[in-house]
Design a protein around this ligand. Structure first.
Ligand SMILES: CC(C)(COP(=O)(O)OP(=O)(O)OC[C@H]1O[C@@H](n2cnc3c(N)ncnc32)[C@H](O)[C@@H]1OP(=O)(O)O)[C@@H](O)C(=O)NCCC(=O)NCCS
Length: 161
């Protein structure tokens, strides 16, 4: 059964494994993803994180299969950034990413947030991520040509909470 739950300290190795399983991130991006996971355990830092876990209570199984990390954008009144959303490579395409994003929207709504901003890459191999945001109701707001590096634009999506 898929359960959305809070982060536990013991989740870190499993979350690192699933980040790496996607082959979507360079090593420096993996390091930043892990820094945000570590920062999420300190509420004062303002990072929010939800874990999607495959749970079978009878068998004592509780395995993280995805997570999302978001937070209030500093110096804004109700704008939130979705910093990271990851689903284990072997579990993609089964609706887990959509459930995580829905959880983020619900949480932002409960905090009276007005919008969720998602930044992603325009590279051809990020077509999957762009299709995901568009299928989940995201609107493409802006494209910054060659932002990340030459030939790698930054795309900004808006999702309403
Ligand atoms: C992006 C990601 C989070 C999506 O999670 P997921 O669990 O695979 O997505 P879902 O199964 O919930 O799909 C949700 C919707 O997106 C659509 N979608 C997913 N992949 C798609 C693809 N390749 N082409 C078209 N649509 C796609 C699904 O069809 C679904 O729409 P529907 O419900 O209307 O049919 C996941 O693929 C991932 O972790 N990717 C690697 C990490 C990454 O790049 N994260 C984003 C940057 S931080």
């Amino acid at each position: 059964m898929l359960v959305l739950r809070e982060l536990r300290a013991s989740d870190r190795p499993a979350l690192e494994r699933l980040i790496r399983s996607t082959n979507a991130f360079r090593e420096d991006e993996v390091e930043v993803a892990l820094e945000l996971i570590d920062a999420s355990s300190d509420p004062a830092k303002g990072y929010l994180l939800v874990v999607a876990a495959d749970v079978d209570a009878a068998q004592g199984r509780d395995e993280p299969v995805g997570y999302a990390c978001w937070g209030l954008t500093p110096l804004t009144d109700g704008a939130y950034d979705l910093y990271w959303i990851v689903v284990d490579h072997a579990q993609q395409g089964r609706g887990i990413g959509r459930k995580l994003l829905e959880h983020v929207r619900t949480d932002v709504r409960a905090r009276h947030g007005r919008l969720v901003i998602i930044e992603t890459s325009g590279k051809p191999d990020y077509a999957y991520q762009r299709a995901f945001y568009e299928r989940c109701g995201g609107t493409l707001l802006a494209r910054y040509p060659d932002f990340y590096r030459l030939g790698d634009d930054k795309l900004v999506y808006l999702v309403r909470p």
